[in-house]
Write a protein that binds this ligand. Structure first.
Ligand SMILES: NC(=O)c1ccc[n+]([C@@H]2O[C@H](COP(=O)([O-])OP(=O)(O)OC[C@H]3O[C@@H](n4cnc5c(N)ncnc54)[C@H](O)[C@@H]3O)[C@@H](O)[C@H]2O)c1
Ligand SMILES: N[C@@H](CCC=O)C(=O)O
Length: 542
């Protein structure tokens, strides 16, 4: 179609509140039961084939009910990965020639299917497989993923419309925003269904083909995402999904001369490893691979003596313990003035100890279990090590129990030493470390936060004193890619708070923003001259 169209103006998907007894709660609960009673194979998707390979079998279980098996995947092998790369490259020719509107329509349809008939399935898969309560699943798997698909379409169109500012007489300058040559490798984390879906599809919207390696613990909702994309009309081979642990897939994928980009979210260590492997092979690629990665965090909350106590306590509880603290954005360290701490300590500890924890399908629970045994052991070790230090006290939680599921109680540690590892290391679980400072040291503590951790993802400053907010915001300018004033550091919304951080937290290309999509195009400049010169001599030559 030659017409210049407009794309729909995106609007954030409304969050349903799933009150007990509501129709939305009843329809979701029916789907939860179905998924629980029927464990399934979770095969790879390579071109137009669902393929359960020969790799080692990995069970996907409910974190809060370890014995409940939701499905089984086969760890993808090097051979599977070679097939997926081939399938992607075979699909590239037709996909990159499809007009933008035709590609966009597929993702807009996917968003509508997700917010309508597929909503319950996606929410249920995310609740059971990743251990999210209904609210945490709803804001992620339904709303954020639909938002990514709708907003990206508008952002992608904005990018394609970017054209040279100057058109002198006698010539026409144009930009042709091409997809990358080759394929993009999307490697995605367990904790957000939306992030996984976005990493695999944002490059595809811009005309690229993709090999997608989800985290094994996210495979149930990744499987539903793949089925949904196909129901929306995504042609075979545009996104090829390889379940499993990753190293064998990376061996093949990073060896391909056609690797054009990596779209990663996960831990800093994994990202650095992948970047290093690309670096070693850099001479073997046809083009320099674009490397985009959003990685770990150590979200801070800094309070000024003027902060409101109830607002601060709520932000700490939600920021630190929503989804068991398994958000890269989680509030995992708090710096609180002594005058506030005197009034907050007991309430915060009591409220944390009272948070109901258990099976996420019991709607009364605030939180569930951590994702797997590795995460459980990491929390248990961190708590034990903190207990052993004289300068740290466990003031809430600290208990854990893996009999039924990987349960760790919301834990608040009060630690005196500003350089304690609890203020630096990412545990990625329900542990909040608190440092209490003398009220007149607010500015000094802000400077300390800026120097403390390698990460720079999220942070929050609480206070009613405008001057204090401004000075902390200035001091902490590079300490967080997302800084919140009088709000918790989690829960960024697509189109409202573009998300990502710097330093060890990533390349800060801001998921769900035009800057991210710009990484998946490679622009060609066209200059057409209507009446080119016919004599090579310049005027100054006389
Ligand atoms: N900054 C952000 O936007 C953001 C968002 C979500 C999660 N995270 C971070 O992600 C981490 C938690 O997620 P995770 O536990 O899934 O991270 P992870 O690094 O363990 O795994 C991420 C992905 O990498 C895969 N992987 C590991 N080694 C690989 C290899 N050699 N080749 C290919 N794939 C490989 C995993 O299977 C998974 O799919 C935390 O550090 C968290 O802060 C960051
Ligand atoms: N974008 C999410 C965090 C994603 C990381 O896990 C938030 O803002 O809470």
């Amino acid at each position: 179609m030659d017409s210049v169209t407009t794309v729909p103006v995106p609007v954030n998907e409304p969050v349903r509140d799933h009150r007990p007894g509501s129709p939305e709660q009843q329809s979701l609960w029916a789907v939860l039961e179905q998924l629980r009673t029927a464990p399934r194979d979770l095969p790879a998707r390579i071109g137009d084939r669902w393929h359960l390979g020969s790799g080692e079998r990995i069970r996907v279980t409910e974190p809060h009910r370890r014995a409940s098996v939701l499905g089984v995947l086969a760890d993808s092998t090097r051979a599977d990965a070679c097939l997926a790369v081939r399938a992607a490259l075979d699909a590239a020719h037709d996909w990159r020639r499809l007009p933008y509107d035709a590609r966009a329509a597929i993702f807009l349809r996917a968003a509508d299917l997700l917010s309508g008939p597929w909503r319950d399935r996606m929410n249920a898969a995310t609740m059971l497989g990743q251990g999210k309560t209904v609210h945490q699943a709803e804001i992620d798997a339904a709303c954020e993923l639909a938002d990514f698909w709708r907003f990206n379409v508008a952002f992608g169109r904005e990018l394609l419309e970017q054209q040279p500012a100057v058109q002198p007489p006698g010539a026409w300058n144009r930009l042709d925003h091409r997809p990358l040559e080759g394929f993009v490798y999307a490697v995605t984390p367990f904790n957000f269904t939306a992030i996984a879906g976005n990493l695999a599809t944002a490059p595809a919207l811009m005309g690229n083909v993709v090999v997608w390696k989800p985290a094994p613990t996210q495979q149930l909702s990744a499987h539903v995402t793949m089925e949904l994309l196909e129901a929306a009309g995504l042609p075979p081979g545009v996104v090829n999904m390889l379940p499993g642990t990753g190293p064998a897939v990376s061996d093949a994928v990073l060896d391909s001369p056609h690797l054009a980009g990596i779209h990663f979210t996960g831990s800093t260590d994994t990202f650095r490893r992948l970047w290093g492997e690309v670096g070693h092979r850099i001479g073997s690629y046809r083009t320099y691979p674009r490397i985009v990665g959003e990685t770990g965090g150590k979200g801070f909350v800094l309070a000024h003596p003027s902060a409101d106590l109830d607002e601060l306590r709520t932000a700490l509880l939600r920021g630190a313990f929503d989804y068991q603290g398994q958000k890269c954005s989680a509030a995992s360290r708090a710096y609180l003035p002594r005058s506030i701490w005197r009034r907050l300590r007991d309430d915060l500890a009591a409220a944390a100890d009272a948070l109901p924890m258990g099976d996420v399908t019991d709607h009364r629970n605030f939180l569930g279990a951590v994702i797997d045994e590795r995460a459980y052991r990491r929390q248990v070790a961190a708590i034990a090590e903190a207990r052993a230090r004289e300068t740290c006290r466990v003031i809430a939680g600290g208990e854990h129990d893996d009999a039924e599921g990987w349960f760790v109680r919301p834990t608040v540690l009060e630690c005196d030493d500003l350089s304690d590892e609890v203020f630096e290391r990412e545990y990625f679980g329900p542990i909040l470390a608190v440092h209490v400072f003398d009220d007149d040291r607010f500015d000094e503590v802000a400077q300390h936060i800026d120097r403390t951790s390698d990460y720079a993802l999220t942070g929050a400053v609480f206070g009613r004193d405008r001057g204090a907010l401004e000075s902390a915001s200035a001091t902490l300018r590079d300490a967080a890619g997302n800084l919140y004033l009088n709000d918790k550091p989690t829960g960024a919304v697509v189109g409202q708070q573009p998300f990502g951080g710097g330093r060890a937290s990533g390349t800060n290309d801001k998921a769900g923003a035009p800057s991210n999509l710009s990484r998946w195009i490679s622009s060609r400049t066209l200059k057409e001259t209507y009446a080119p010169p016919r004599d090579h001599r310049y005027a100054h030559m006389g």
